[in-house]
Design a protein around this ligand. Structure first.
Ligand SMILES: *Cc1c(COP(=O)(O)O)cnc(C)c1O
Length: 497
């Protein structure tokens, strides 16, 4: 048999493949890209925290025709330098505290590059990547106080991690065979969580066929933690009605205020009532890395499953989150399938081909674990924990400052790393203050000064900082506070005129 060999355009590609014809020339381009990427990271502080994508740039990307013919790598790179690189989200900047985002690290960047070069398929298989992922999971289990026998997997982020936890809770907490029959012909399933719980839970209830009505939203107290009496009462009432409570979801760090539910009490209730306890610890679980602040999320270690993000507080590059299961067989029983083409063989690469794929949603899985492994080994847990600790200390400083300042108001307790405040001026209504603070927020962002986000707390508009940023210094926060007061004062003059 003979193939006709065709050289690529300008002989860029080795015939018949997508590899470079000249590896040395390719390496020269690639080295330049890595060098540029690292200086880009090193100089991040000199750039604005955020800037909008100019209309001309948007157009040039949007109107770029389907590229039938390739271009030189260096030319494509130039387009990237001009049109893409200057307009990021901003989350790698030291003064970005919007939503809950992570800022990444150079270690994570190079680890991702190496993972990409290996490009393994981590459904399982007998390969180093699978061994590394299982080790990373067992390190995390140790950090979070889970038993040796627990297991888990790395996933795309908190939403997916939480969905995995809730799925296993649903499938293992009743005597009904939900995997076979779905949720038809059984009493309505019920899951309980505070009103402050992140929107992943509603979405997961919808995806799992439970419907949002399955979600019993329990009120919180003044400190934004779940009202335990209301929780107990809701479970009792549902049981009395013949419904089927199956899961309690606890929060370790809510998005709005960083509140952590009383996880020990929730673990007790779950035990008494025979329910699964799942904890959403997207960022809060990572407080366990700090000796000083681990107590903030005490009780987390008693959960049946816990979800957490590694792309937020531990600063690994997107996307990486994880979920731990106390009982490995519950995870396996919830997800495993046995098609003939994925059958384990007695040896060879396919001895345990589906170890991860049998415990989660994804079949094809990348080598996320490598950046976790590199980060944990290179920085060490103490240093990662200190950066988390520093952010909590910084949040406390901002909260105290806002409390003491005549022109600022602290709008909620700040027990962890989330602070909510607003600029105030005597005589203005909540509504006027909302308009004023929205304008402050937009101005701070448009000037490239800082990126807080916002939320509503008891109907009051808050400038909200979630400090999950290892690059943030106290001066950065002072800059934000000073600018907020300056803009607020200026804009209020305008408002009164
Ligand atoms: C970010 C976050 C999530 C969702 O995680 P993703 O990684 O964005 O999918 C869920 N819960 C909390 C508390 C979060 O902060």
């Amino acid at each position: 048999m003979q193939f006709k060999e065709t050289a690529g355009p300008e002989n860029r590609w080795a015939s018949g493949t997508l590899d470079p014809a000249d590896w040395n020339a390719f390496a020269k381009d690639a080295h330049r890209m890595l060098d540029d990427a690292l200086s880009y990271l090193g100089s991040v502080r000199e750039r604005p925290a955020w800037q909008p994508v100019p209309e001309t740039v948007k157009e040039s990307i949007q109107e770029d025709p389907l590229p039938m013919d390739g271009m030189a790598l260096s030319d494509v790179y130039q387009v990237f330098l001009d049109n893409i690189l200057p307009y990021p989200t901003g989350n790698i900047h030291p003064r970005f505290w919007g939503w809950v985002m992570g800022s990444g690290t150079p270690v994570s960047v190079v680890a991702d590059m190496l993972a990409s070069a290996m490009n393994p398929h981590v459904a399982g298989y007998d390969q180093a990547a699978a061994v590394v992922e299982r080790r990373v999971i067992s390190w995390l289990a140790q950090l979070f106080g889970f038993p040796n026998s627990s297991s888990g997997l790395l996933v795309s982020g908190g939403t997916s991690a939480n969905l995995h936890g809730l799925t296993i809770a649903r499938n293992s907490c009743t005597s009904f065979d939900i995997r076979k029959n779905g949720v038809r012909d059984i009493p309505p399933l019920r899951v309980y969580a505070s009103t402050e719980t992140h929107s992943w839970l509603q979405r997961s209830c919808e995806l799992l066929g439970l419907g949002r009505a399955a979600l019993r939203k329990i009120p919180v107290r003044d400190d934004y933690r779940i009202d335990l009496n209301a929780l107990r009462a809701a479970i009792q009432a549902d049981k009395k009605d013949g419904d089927l409570p199956f899961c309690i979801v606890g929060n370790a760090g809510t998005v709005n205020t960083g509140a952590t539910d009383d996880l020990n009490a929730m673990a007790d209730i779950a035990k008494e009532e025979g329910l699964w306890l799942h904890v959403d610890g997207a960022f809060g679980a990572l407080a366990k890395l700090s000796q000083k602040y681990a107590h903030l999320v005490s009780g987390l270690e008693r959960a049946d499953s816990v979800a957490f993000d590694l792309h937020k507080w531990p600063s690994m590059t997107y996307e990486i989150g994880g979920v731990l299961f106390r009982n490995d067989s519950a995870a396996y029983d919830s997800f495993a399938t046995a098609p003939s083409y994925l059958r384990p063989l007695g040896g060879g690469i396919a001895a345990e081909p589906m170890w991860f794929a049998d415990r989660g949603i994804q079949l094809s899985r990348g080598f996320r674990a490598l950046k976790a492994w590199f980060s944990m080994k290179t920085y060490g847990i103490d240093v990662l924990g200190q950066s988390i600790e520093r952010n909590i200390d910084q949040a406390k400083l901002v909260a105290e400052y806002a409390q003491d300042h005549d022109d600022l108001e602290l709008l909620a307790p700040a027990p962890m790393n989330v602070v909510n405040l607003r600029f105030i001026k005597r005589g203005l209504s909540d509504e006027q203050l909302e308009t004023l603070n929205q304008r402050i927020l937009i101005q701070l962002q448009s000037d490239g000064t800082a990126v807080p986000s916002s939320t509503l707390l008891n109907g009051r508009f808050a400038l909200r900082l979630a400090i999950t940023n290892h690059r943030t210094s106290v001066e950065d926060l002072n800059t934000f506070l000073a600018e907020t007061v300056r803009l607020g004062t200026d804009l209020a003059k305008g408002a009164n005129r």
